[in-house]
Design a protein around this ligand. Structure first.
Ligand SMILES: Nc1ncnc2c1ncn2[C@@H]1O[C@H](COP(=O)(O)OP(=O)(O)OP(=O)(O)O)[C@@H](O)[C@H]1O
Length: 596
């Protein structure tokens, strides 16, 4: 019982943390509706006496009738006309209050859903890359799609349950003032019903939690399925993977069916249970307590109202519990994301003035050290190439330079200040980062390249220039809809080289200080690569460039080449210096020349 109360308070506080004072307005409006309804209903009492031809004045000794005697304190006579007018006034007022309460409640619910959506997206946006790379991304995807929908349903059910609970309390309040014996019976009836329903709730809730976990797994599998669709098809293993998905779907459907059946049981049991308690009350009131019929009838009216509200509360609460798992998991995930937030407080970075210094940097993934004591300087507008065998730590080093990862030892400094002291977002906004797996959005070519910049004459001209520099202009022009051609999810209709050129055009469109190319031309044919290299060459000395390349021919013109071997700098210098001094590098170059 104490645990149940704690849970209810926990949920109330959860909604209050998002809705603040709005929750109290909802409470107040619901109380007003309940009070007006109770006052309206209490008018049936004098009506029944009048209908039975009894004089109200003669009923002074009847404690029940004392309940409506207050009307006379306002100088009104308690006759048929007054009672009917009062009845009408209370119910009209209740209708008005009900409308305002309903409208406010709808607006509050929408506000809550909007807030939780925005908060979760904001938390995801601010989370550190390190956490993102190591977390369960299926779970995040599930939260942003399925779980948010369930949270919306949870919110709706919660408010409905909340409203019914307030009405129950108001009716019980009326009941106590009218007839305390009746009130006690409501409480006993309510407790009995609560006992029966309680059992079903607990089951529903446990299944709901399992359902949330199951949906998370399913989302993860679907994400993998979509991203590896081509591979699965080409290898003829799509059917095998599909059966893995089918098992998960089966499990989710079974749980949904169980929750559905329990909810149907609760709805079906509602009426018989109410009538059962109702009959018991009539028997006790009429046969044991021998109360007058009018008092019994109005008592029953309150009783029935309170009980049916209690039932509706139970049903709404059970629906709420059916989806409450989503509320908890979404809340937990937002909390975890916020706890792993990237610190971005610092001085705003407006552009590199002097140099980037990598000072004794080391990095560990868990316990495994993958970079040791790396030190070098990149002067403003210098072109630096990072080369080395696969797994030597090139991408990790670039992630440290871009601030995606924080060094385990040492520091990365921009203009003599550690990246941690700069506002990281403003620093990263000065970076153009082109990766091996070019990122393509499911939007038009124009939006992909300009990142949704308004199409002004200036931006259109800039768009054309960067397309030419990235050797993609002919491709754009050849498309039926030109720059308005939609590229499809993950650029499914583009070749690897086309994707890379679009990604390159996007970075060129941005006004950046640093251009980082991680195997940026790896998917291009030699002819296109040459064209792009010429464009890159034109940028030499205008921006600070950091290139990771396997094809060493592309780094020949770099001002500085850093040759990494097993996470440490094996040698550093110009192409010629490395050719003369480092055997491994020389071997790599020679091997590539042979293969070329
Ligand atoms: N997220 C990660 N968790 C654990 N280890 C990682 C992670 N990312 C990379 N590593 C390990 O760190 C080492 C360096 O990887 P990194 O990707 O930086 O090498 P690389 O030189 O860029 O390789 P490649 O040329 O093949 O892309 C590798 O041994 C790799 O297995």
């Amino acid at each position: 019982m104490q645990e149940t109360l704690k849970k209810r308070i926990h949920y109330f506080n959860f909604f209050r943390s998002y809705l603040k004072e709005r929750v109290f307005f909802v409470v107040i409006l619901n109380i007003v509706v309940g009070l007006l309804d109770g006052l309206g209903l209490s008018m049936f009492l004098p009506l029944l006496y009048i209908a039975a031809g009894q004089n109200l004045i003669q009923q002074d000794g009847d404690s029940t009738i004392a309940f409506v005697k207050w009307i006379e304190d306002f100088g009104l006579t308690l006759n048929l006309q007054t009672v009917l007018v009062m009845l009408l006034v209370f119910f009209v007022l209740k209708g008005v209050a009900y409308y305002f309460k309903g409208a406010y409640q709808v607006a509050t619910q929408q506000y809550f859903i909007k807030k939780i959506r925005i908060n979760s997206i904001k938390a995801l946006n601010e989370v550190s890359y390190y956490y993102f790379a190591s977390c369960d991304q299926g779970k995040i995807q599930n939260m942003l799609t399925t779980e948010i929908e369930r949270v919306a349903r949870a919110c709706q059910s919660y408010f409905l349950a909340f409203q019914q609970l307030i009405l129950v309390l108001v009716y019980i309040g009326f009941a106590f003032s009218l007839n305390w014996k009746f009130a006690c019976m409501v409480c006993v009836g309510g407790l009995l019903v609560d006992f029966v329903y309680g059992k079903v709730y607990r089951k529903t809730k446990a299944i709901s939690r399992q359902l949330t976990d199951g949906s998370g797994k399913f989302q993860g599998l679907i994400a993998d399925y979509l991203s590896s669709y081509k591979y699965l098809k080409a290898n003829g293993v799509a059917a095998k993977y599909r059966s893995k998905l089918a098992v998960q779907v089966e499990e989710i459907e079974q749980k949904n069916t169980r929750i559905g059946i329990m909810s149907v049981f609760l709805s079906a049991a509602r009426e018989p249970l109410s009538i059962m308690v109702l009959c018991a009350v009539i028997m006790v009131q009429a046969m044991v307590l021998r109360e007058p019929l009018a008092a019994v009838l109005v008592s029953l009216l309150f009783f029935y109202r309170a009980l049916s509200c209690l039932m509706q509360y139970q049903t709404a609460w059970s629906s709420f519990l059916g989806v409450a798992g989503a509320l908890e998991s979404t809340d937990q995930l937002i909390t975890v994301l916020e706890a792993n937030k990237e610190e971005t407080q610092g001085i705003r970075f407006t552009g590199l003035r002097d140099s980037l210094v990598i000072d004794s940097v080391g990095y560990k993934y868990g316990k495994r050290t993958v970079l040791h004591d790396i030190s070098f300087t990149i002067q403003k507008n210098e072109t630096v190439a990072i080369v080395g065998p696969s797994g030597s730590g090139k991408s990790t080093l670039v992630s440290l330079i871009t601030g995606l990862l924080k060094p385990s030892t040492g520091k990365v400094m921009a203009d003599a200040m550690s990246l941690q002291d700069w506002d990281l977002t403003s620093f990263q906004s000065r970076i153009g980062y082109i990766t091996q797996d070019a990122v393509i959005f499911n939007d038009t070519i124009y939006n992909n390249i300009t990142f949704w910049t308004a199409p002004t004459p200036e931006s259109l001209l800039r768009f054309e220039n960067v397309c030419k520099s990235a050797a993609i202009w002919d491709f754009v022009m050849a498309k039926e809809k030109g720059m308005h051609e939609v590229l499809g999810t993950d650029g499914i209709n583009l070749s690897g080289g086309q994707k890379q050129r679009i990604a390159m055009a996007r970075e060129l469109f941005k006004n950046v200080d640093f251009l980082i190319m991680d195997e940026a031309t790896s998917a291009m044919d030699s002819f296109t690569e040459k064209e792009i290299q010429q464009s890159i060459q034109q940028l030499k000395g205008k921006v600070t460039m950091i290139c990771i390349a396997h094809r060493l021919s592309t780094v020949k013109n770099a001002d500085k080449i850093i040759y990494l071997h097993e996470g440490a700098i094996a040698q550093m210098g110009t192409f010629e210096t490395l050719m003369n001094g480092n055997n491994d590098f020389k071997k790599m170059v020679e091997l590539q020349s042979v293969n070329a």
